[in-house]
Design a protein around this ligand. Structure first.
Ligand SMILES: Nc1ncnc2c1ncn2[C@@H]1O[C@H](COP(=O)(O)OP(=O)(O)OP(=O)(O)O)[C@@H](O)[C@H]1O
Length: 288
């Protein structure tokens, strides 16, 4: 179980400021879904937590410690390219197990991998196939199986079902929820990026909406076990319907505001009235 603290977290790619001061504390065992406009910095935030980008060590703490790089404590699942294409789907799991549990025998690694393949509803015959020879849904199941198999206390998922069909997505959403809920007191902390308000409503204990870049958090909605929306009542419960409308309005307002800002910037540029944009000096932080 790991908690995550973002303290005025700022980040820029070269001179492009993406996060302008994110303050958030995720308690261990929560399922946090990030929503926000395309380009607002959701994936960047996930990459920072995962240690794939470097932040100021004081601005981001995982389990109370600064993030200096990737770690087996933080498993990641991306929308695409989640598996190494040159290994079989099964080896993608066993290699991760070898890294995490280097004393385990080959037999034990395969046994645990097969157990997780079964947990994800996959046919064991797929173990020896290359990722290119199985379906997109099966690849994502293998990626999720790998993430759960190494038992990382923190799971980072970036639109993991974004390219899958609706039925496969629904099945995988239910599987993830079931696996996460099953752990009771020892639940993983999950950060999950999505564009779908419904997906966030279905999965999250906490929905966090980021504003347009350079972004900050503009809205947070937390649920208890009792108030957390269920699939059966996602489209009938008046409280959930009201919340869905509120979230959609927040996002639509951001879209309208961004469109207006871009229009003004374009018109200023055309009329030569550039406001003299201030240069941004928030460069990628170097951590040694
Ligand atoms: N490696 C990179 N180098 C430079 N700029 C980047 C890099 N990755 C992302 N960006 C820029 O940072 C901003 C935030 O990107 P990010 O992918 O975090 O947004 P997002 O909210 O996840 O978007 P989407 O919902 O479209 O996936 C964008 O303007 C993007 O162009």
């Amino acid at each position: 179980m790991l908690d995550v603290s973002m303290n005025n977290l700022q980040f820029a790619y070269d001179k492009e400021l993406v996060l302008s001061g994110v303050d958030y504390h995720a308690k261990a065992g929560k399922f946090i879904c990030f929503l926000g406009l395309s380009g607002c910095g959701k994936s960047t935030l996930l990459r920072l937590i995962g240690g794939l980008e470097k932040s100021d060590p004081e601005q981001l703490l995982v389990g109370g410690k600064p993030v200096y790089g990737p770690s087996l404590d933080r498993a990641m699942v991306f929308q695409d390219y989640s598996l190494f294409p040159w290994m079989t789907a099964g080896e993608n799991i066993t290699i991760a197990l070898k890294q995490k549990y280097n004393r385990w025998s080959k037999h034990k690694r395969k046994e645990v991998a097969l157990e997780w393949i079964n947990n994800l509803g996959l046919d064991e015959d797929l173990f020896d196939k290359l990722p290119m020879n199985i379906s997109g849904g099966q690849r994502q199941r293998f990626a999720v199986a790998r993430a759960f198999a190494i038992d990382a206390p923190l799971l980072l998922m970036d639109e993991p079902f974004g390219s899958l069909d609706a039925v496969t997505t629904a099945l995988l959403q239910d599987t993830i929820l079931e696996l996460w809920q099953k752990e009771k007191e020892n639940r993983k902390t999950i950060f999950f990026v999505t564009h779908s308000v419904d997906e966030a409503l279905l999965l999250a204990t906490d929905i966090v909406v980021l504003g347009q870049a350079p972004s900050k958090i503009i809205y947070v909605q937390s649920f208890t076990e009792e108030t957390k929306p269920k699939r059966e009542t996602l489209y009938t419960d008046p409280a959930v319907l009201e919340l869905r409308n509120r979230l959609i309005k927040i996002i639509n307002d951001e879209i309208a505001e961004k469109a207006q800002r871009l229009k003004e910037e374009k018109s200023n540029a055309l009329s030569g009235k550039s406001k003299g944009k201030k240069p941004l000096f928030f460069l990628r932080k170097k951590v040694n």
